[in-house]
Design a protein around this ligand. Sequence first.
Ligand code: C2E
Ligand code: CA
Ligand code: CA
Ligand code: CA
Length: 273
Amino acid sequence: KGAITETAVAFAPEMDAEITYRHMLEMALRDAIAGGAIDVFYQPLVDVSGKRVLGVEALARWTDATLGPISPDIFIPLAEETGLIQSIGEHVLDRAIRDAKAWSGISVAVNVSASQIHHGDVVEVVRQALEASQFPAERLEIEITESVLLADEKRANEQMRGLQALGVKVALDDFGTGYSSLQYLRRFGFDKLKIDRSFLDGAGEPPESSVILASIIRLGQDLDLTIVAEGVETREQQRWLQAAGCDQLQGYLFSRPLPVAQMTEFIASRQIA
Ligand code: C2E
Ligand code: CA
Ligand code: CA
Ligand code: CA
């Protein structure tokens, strides 16, 4: 009995500190959203030769004046838990299609969280954003992860069809990290498959370690999907993915995520080359 009391006392300050930090972060995130301090960076998706920019992925960025830069892996889950993801999502979408308007012929991909699909009307949000900016729907892609499909399949399917009816493409992100990815691929009509970067460890290595990656690519080809490899960091990986039949590559080898002005320069430099 005494031990339990001691444990409870010993843990209390730590938990307090954690709750306080979380609360502070949430308040700071609210301020950042209200003050327009959530930025959008862009990372190129290139063809397998690495020479042509085919698209960009919009990635949210937040640097707090006192806390410094906060990783999306921290603030996106926090935004999902607090409902703030709805306004971040709309902000990123608006910003991205306005910025991408100048990049003719290049598509722009925006990440959408499960909670946006299940607690909001993403189809309506996207429809209005496209209308307001006069951005061609064919150049917009929405990236969702398997978690979207897990919660409520019917809702997920409706929203996905709704987006595709607008002319928007839908990509399955982080492919291979979930539990039922293969089933979902068959059941939902995705346009694009983004293979999670954890599979890339095998690319360029001895054949045994690239067997899974090769079969994922073949499966994607059989289903007529555009296949993207994310997290490409080496020439060996690029060469291997090119030979294996990948359609698009994304990763630090080509570029880190960049602010809009630098992305514009990057696209211009690649189009001349
Ligand atoms: P994600 O959608 O899988 O985005 C790709 C992540 O991989 C990005 O991290 C990107 O910077 C990183 N990355 C790209 N190339 C490489 C590489 O060669 N090596 C390595 N190690 N990493 C690479 P980031 O920007 O930190 O974003 C993390 C996650 O946060 C994203 O993963 C996405 O799930 C989420 N996220 C970011 N922005 C948004 C947003 O606007 N809305 C939503 N719902 N989620 C977002
Ligand atoms: Ca993504
Ligand atoms: Ca991903
Ligand atoms: Ca991810």
